[in-house]
Design a protein around this ligand. Structure first.
Ligand SMILES: Cc1cc2nc3c(=O)[nH]c(=O)nc-3n(C[C@H](O)[C@H](O)[C@H](O)COP(=O)(O)OP(=O)(O)OC[C@H]3O[C@@H](n4cnc5c(N)ncnc54)[C@H](O)[C@@H]3O)c2cc1C
Length: 132
């Protein structure tokens, strides 16, 4: 997928740590179901969420709410402002107006671009093919 442009140490860490992820997820209420029987034998390598991805995300939202996390929808972080190497605030576009959120730390979890076919095709060594 990456055409060799991979941080190997990080990739190995993700692979090694993935086994313990399911316990962490269960701790926040995620439920798993056994893989389907048959010829694929996915049970050894894959974990299947009960209710699929939507149930997974809803479970996380409930856990976040229990912890007192406020969730803002349609809120695009446009700028992260640092004081040297220290995070200071984020400028977030909500309904066309920029709001400032100050915090001691920021977690950036803005995802990748694997569902963006145009960007995936552009990357070096990209093997993703357009199907239509
Ligand atoms: C078609 C497809 C099928 C897949 N199938 C599977 C599967 O079966 N099993 C599996 O384990 N994985 C699957 N994956 C991979 C999985 O979906 C991703 O690895 C996972 O969603 C990544 O999670 P994430 O939280 O890092 O990022 P994301 O789920 O991408 O979440 C990032 C979020 O950040 C938001 N965001 C981005 N920029 C900003 C900004 N500036 N301000 C505010 N918000 C922002 C985005 O809107 C998004 O909601 C699939 C992916 C695709 C595309």
């Amino acid at each position: 997928m990456t055409g060799g442009q991979t941080n190997e140490a990080l990739a190995r860490h993700v692979i090694r740590a993935s086994e313990s992820c399911t316990d962490w997820m269960k701790g926040y209420g995620v439920r798993f179901q056994p893989s389907l029987g048959g010829t694929l034998h996915l049970g050894r390598t894959n974990a299947f969420f009960l209710g699929g991805g939507k149930a997974l995300v809803n479970t996380y939202y409930q856990a976040a709410e229990r912890l007192g996390v406020n969730i803002l929808y349609e809120a695009e972080a446009e700028r992260l402002v640092f004081d040297g190497t220290r995070f200071d605030h984020a400028l977030v576009n909500i309904n066309g107006s920029l709001r400032k959120f100050s915090a001691r730390a920021v977690v950036v979890a803005s995802g990748g671009f694997e569902s963006n076919q145009a960007w995936a095709l552009k990357r070096p060594g990209g093997q993703c093919r357009a199907t239509s």
